[in-house]
Design a protein around this ligand. Structure first.
Ligand SMILES: Nc1ncnc2c1ncn2[C@@H]1O[C@H](COP(=O)(O)OP(=O)(O)OP(=O)(O)O)[C@@H](O)[C@H]1O
Ligand code: SF4
Ligand SMILES: [Mg+2]
Length: 441
């Protein structure tokens, strides 16, 4: 077909039909895998480095369109150490959001699919008994005698048994927000291998996501309180409406909302953009996550609010002792927030390292160009540096370096294969022939 296509910029009906047929075959198999019933052992894994909370390993996420397969994420590997903030940068369309949506397993199916690779996540989940129920931590007295409380209904009235006496339940330990505590255990899950149904254990609870435009993820017909309570009711077994409300108000307080009771009763449209983003962060906080994915969390906000939201994110990370995957095309935000930086280009990682390595010693011609195109107060010139040229067509990626058409530093090897990832320091990697010793010597 490639021969036939030569010199043409369109596909014939027959060619489209063949693509659709092939796509459907692949999609069916991938959907079947997602819908399968699987024992936990099928998606349990181990971390390569126990200091990491997330390891993305050779991830391929594609969109199966009638025009061909868009390889939006095409072999991406990076890790997030526990407690660290990892920034992902790259121009529009390079696959940043598709990477984060893959981690959340929120790719728009059936056309968007994780095709291969691993996403290992170190989860901190409820320990469960033989029947799969979380094991409570009891609040017994010093001698180990169980303590009992009266059971209340949704309205807070004491429930009574057939004999007219109040119903009692064994007292369970609670956290500082009044939420019941359970025994916990650490397990490593391969998110790419999990059946969709199992993802509820992680999504919104252990991995929370903050989007660019909170209005798209808040439901306009429910109050903020309703949506916040839902997180507690869904993820913390045994929580009553009263418990959920108490936790929700606490969370709104924590993100600096002055009148939490009022905001609790408000609808999303009644709040400003900055307030909505605070609510989103409180919602992330409510699940007590270990990893927060923030995809352009401040792009829709003005500069002062932006600074407040970033402060809040930093504070939140400390509070939960968690990690952040921060996606943005604003290098300033990355410089301020990130410990490690991943630079993406056309669905691949072309450079990664510590923030200091990427900012002070950028090596890939694209990263160097990105730095130059960042406006600074002290720059003499009044025009911004612009990287000339375009990204190759995502359906028809070349087998040589994707940046070649835009690169001014090409060497002979650039006319050969796609460059391998070269390690230049214990933490710094770059995919460019300029640093590929075997080729350049
Ligand atoms: N539903 C879809 N169908 C087909 N292609 C898609 C779809 N969603 C994303 N893509 C493609 O996947 C690639 C990566 O998109 P992605 O949204 O991850 O970019 P991004 O890096 O987040 O860009 P931005 O900075 O604009 O948010 C793009 O080429 C895009 O066209
Ligand atoms: S591999 Fe060659 S074309 Fe690609 S960025 Fe490096 S020097 Fe430029
Ligand atoms: Mg995006």
């Amino acid at each position: 077909m490639a021969e036939e296509k030569k010199g043409r910029h369109y596909l014939t009906g027959r060619e489209i039909k063949a693509i659709v047929k092939e796509n459907n075959k692949v999609i069916r198999a991938l959907e079947k895998k997602k819908k399968r019933k699987a024992a936990e052992s099928e998606f349990l894994s181990t971390m390569k480095d126990p200091a990491n909370i997330l390891e993305v390993d050779d991830l391929h996420s594609y969109f199966f369109t009638d025009q061909g397969v868009v390889k939006a994420v095409n072999g991406v590997s990076f890790e997030i150490p526990q407690g660290a903030t990892v920034g992902v940068v790259g121009e529009s369309g390079c696959g940043k959001s598709v990477t984060s949506m893959s981690i959340m397993r929120l790719l728009q199916g059936p056309y968007g699919q994780i095709v291969s690779g691993n996403i290992r996540f170190k989860s901190y989940d409820f320990k469960r008994d033989g029947k799969g129920k979380p094991i409570p931590i009891w609040d017994d007295d010093e001698e180990g005698n169980p303590q009992y409380d009266e059971v209340k209904d949704k309205k807070g009235n004491v429930k009574k048994g057939k004999d007219g006496k109040p119903l009692l339940e064994r007292r369970q330990k609670r956290d500082q927000y009044g939420t019941r505590l359970f025994e916990m255990e650490e397990k490593v899950f391969d998110i790419a291998e999990m059946p969709t149904k199992e993802m509820h254990r992680l999504r919104g609870r252990q991995i929370a996501m903050i989007f660019q435009e909170p209005m798209t993820s808040l439901n306009p017909v429910f109050t903020i309180g309703n949506q916040l309570d839902e997180v507690t009711l869904l993820h913390f077994p045994g929580s009553s409406r009263e418990d959920a409300k108490r936790r929700s108000i606490e969370m709104l307080n924590l993100v600096g909302i002055a009148a939490p009771e009022r905001v609790y009763r408000s609808y999303p449209h009644e709040l400003s953009g900055g307030m909505r983003q605070r609510v989103m962060i409180s919602m992330a906080l409510a699940g007590d996550p270990r990893l927060i994915i923030a995809d352009e969390p401040t792009t829709a906000l003005d500069v002062t609010i932006q600074a407040q939201i970033l402060d809040l994110l930093r504070d939140l990370k400390k509070r939960i002792n968690g990690s952040i995957l921060l996606i943005t095309h604003d290098l300033g935000i990355i410089a301020e927030m990130a410990d490690y930086v991943v630079v993406m280009y056309a669905g691949r990682i072309i450079e990664k390292g510590t923030a200091s390595e990427i900012f002070h010693h950028p090596m890939h011609p694209y990263t160097i160009g990105l730095q130059k195109s960042k406006p600074t107060m002290d720059s003499e010139s009044d025009t911004l540096f612009n990287i000339p040229g375009n990204v190759p067509n995502p359906i028809d990626m070349p087998d040589y370096c994707y940046f070649r058409e835009r690169c001014s530093g090409c060497v002979k090897a650039c006319f050969g294969d796609y460059p391998p990832m070269v390690q230049v320091s214990p933490t710094h990697y770059v995919a460019c022939h300029l640093y590929d010793k075997e080729k350049t010597e």
